[in-house]
Ligand binder design. Structure first.
Ligand SMILES: Nc1ncnc2c1ncn2[C@@H]1O[C@H](COP(=O)(O)OP(=O)(O)OP(=O)(O)O)[C@@H](O)[C@H]1O
Ligand SMILES: [Mg+2]
Length: 251
């Protein structure tokens, strides 16, 4: 028998509420996880290959300068904590290939997922450029592109909210890979990304990883887009230059 006077209506209601609390907590968690997965599985990966990485996978001994690796890992961890706690910001990871930018961006997403009900989406900018290239080839490609744009910037008519956390991975590759010199990125993609950046600025979190220096991005992208996407806040900018190419040392 419950230790409560069930003839006392208020006491009975309080008792039942308290009893249901752990169950509600579990439902809330399950619901958040379901919501996260529903959005995150729409991510656009390079070569269609989803990648997983957590802070526990980040090994400082992969780097010659262990101190630098520890510091950069800690800074990314702190930013993830702030975002999970409700702050929105643009984050900028720049540096040479194979130094761990994508990995740490994914680790941040993993931590944010574990600590908040926020949604997230990973978009390989290069794969996005390919969708733009092939958008008129078939309806499925076009729909896939529109679906991603709706998730990145929201669509009021369709009642789709922008994702809370967007990873724009390898930003700039789509400009650099096409020719030897840094060329302007195609106009339709610039316009698409501009409206994404404009819709998200100040309200949602966008993590950009790039091999390019800001000056190189300026040759490829319109400055109005860059000012909405690339943060100038030194606390939110992590530079991976001078670190070892871990990918190359794995083969
Ligand atoms: N500190 C680290 N600990 C464990 N694995 C690492 C570390 N740094 C990099 N790696 C591994 O090295 C590989 C390359 O890392 P990652 O893809 O994150 O590099 P990147 O900086 O994004 O490179 P790119 O500029 O070419 O996109 C991945 O398989 C990643 O898991
Ligand atoms: Mg990368």
């Amino acid at each position: 028998m419950p230790d409560v006077d069930l003839t006392d209506k208020q006491a009975a209601v309080d008792y039942l509420k308290k009893k249901a609390e752990p169950l509600h907590d579990e439902w809330r968690k399950e619901n958040a996880m379901h919501n996260f997965n529903r959005v995150y599985r729409k991510s656009l990966w390079t070569g269609n290959q989803p990648v997983k990485f957590t802070f526990a996978d980040w090994k400082t001994d992969k780097q010659a300068d262990k101190k630098q690796a520890a510091e950069i890992g800690n800074r990314a961890w702190t930013l993830a904590k702030m975002i999970a706690g409700g702050q929105n910001m643009n984050v900028y990871f720049s540096g040479d290939p194979g130094t761990g930018k994508t990995s740490l961006a994914l680790a941040m997403v993993d931590k944010i997922r574990n600590e908040s009900g926020k949604t997230a989406l990973f978009v390989s900018t290069d794969a996005l450029a390919e969708l733009y290239d092939r958008r008129f080839d078939d309806k499925a490609t076009q729909n896939r592109l529109y679906e991603l744009i709706d998730l990145m910037q929201g669509n009021r008519q369709l009642k789709i909210d922008p994702v809370d956390v967007l990873v724009l991975d390898d930003f700039g590759t789509e400009g650099g890979m096409r020719t030897d010199t840094k060329s302007q990125v195609r106009v339709d993609m610039q316009k698409g990304l501009f409206s994404v950046a404009d819709a998200r600025f100040g309200k949602f979190t966008t993590i950009v990883t790039t091999n390019n220096k800001t000056s190189e991005l300026q040759e490829m992208y319109n400055e109005k887009l860059l000012s909405r996407l690339i943060t100038r806040n030194p606390e939110h900018r992590l530079t991976f230059n001078g670190m070892v190419d871990v990918r190359a040392s794995m083969i």
